[in-house]
Design a protein around this ligand. Structure first.
Ligand SMILES: [Zn+2]
Length: 224
């Protein structure tokens, strides 16, 4: 079981000081309660008792699923220190035989917030490949833009399970409530075949970001 540290933070609204629990590591299958919090998007959520404000924080944390073999590194900011830590970890992955053997067949990803963390957990738990989910998003962007019209920006697209079965994208906007779009998995499966070569060639070893920008580059065949 992972252990929490206690950290003092200040409510951005009423400025009350409070103690919160922060986890440096989440290890699956041991920390199933924490996993549920990740899936419910409450892992980084703080409830302020005095003013009843709810807000989200993000801090450095490693989500390690030892059964499904993936490591998600939450890095809220890509500052110099974080970049150094990541390259040191990637170097260790190449040179430390013990770590290499313990984590053979692992997927390593960098995410920056609660939504991205949750999305990767959903994708990997479904046995899917996040790289083709990102390329699939690129297909949906023009369709969504068409629907919402000008004057609204897409701020995020997140893959999710539907309660009724199947999958959907939850799309967030700068000035509109979120919407959902059914995902056609036939396109996904098609992409796993057609884009396999270029996707493989452009997947870095070790910790890396696989996001919509990556998906766009692969779709445009720009990265080769
Ligand atoms: Zn407060």
């Amino acid at each position: 079981m992972s252990e929490a540290r206690v950290q003092k933070i200040v409510c951005p609204k009423c400025k009350s000081e409070m103690d919160i629990k922060v986890w440096d590591k989440v290890e699956i299958p041991y920390d199933m309660e924490l996993k549920n919090k990740v899936l419910q998007n409450t892992f980084f959520r703080v409830d302020c008792v005095p003013c009843q404000n709810t807000f989200t924080i993000a801090y450095k944390c490693q989500y390690n699923d030892m059964e499904r073999k993936y490591l998600l590194w939450v890095a809220p900011a890509m500052d110099e220190k974080t970049q150094k830590e990541i390259s040191e970890y990637n170097y260790k992955l190449q040179t430390d035989n013990q770590l290499r053997l313990a984590q053979g067949g692992y997927r390593y990803r960098i995410v920056s917030n609660d939504n991205e963390l949750r999305e990767k957990v959903v994708i990997f738990d479904e046995g899917l490949d996040d790289r083709y989910i990102e390329t699939l998003k690129i297909v949906y962007v023009p369709l969504i833009k068409n629907k919402i019209g000008e004057g609204t920006q897409i701020t995020g697209i997140f893959f999710d399970r539907k309660k009724t079965g199947g999958y959907q994208f939850i799309v967030t906007f700068d000035n509109k409530p979120p919407m959902s779009a059914n995902v056609n998995m036939d396109i996904y499966h098609d992409m796993t075949k057609k884009l396999a070569g270029i996707a493989e060639r452009n997947t870095p070893q070790g910790l890396c970001r696989i996001d919509a920008d990556w998906g766009l580059k692969v779709m445009m065949h720009e990265v080769e």
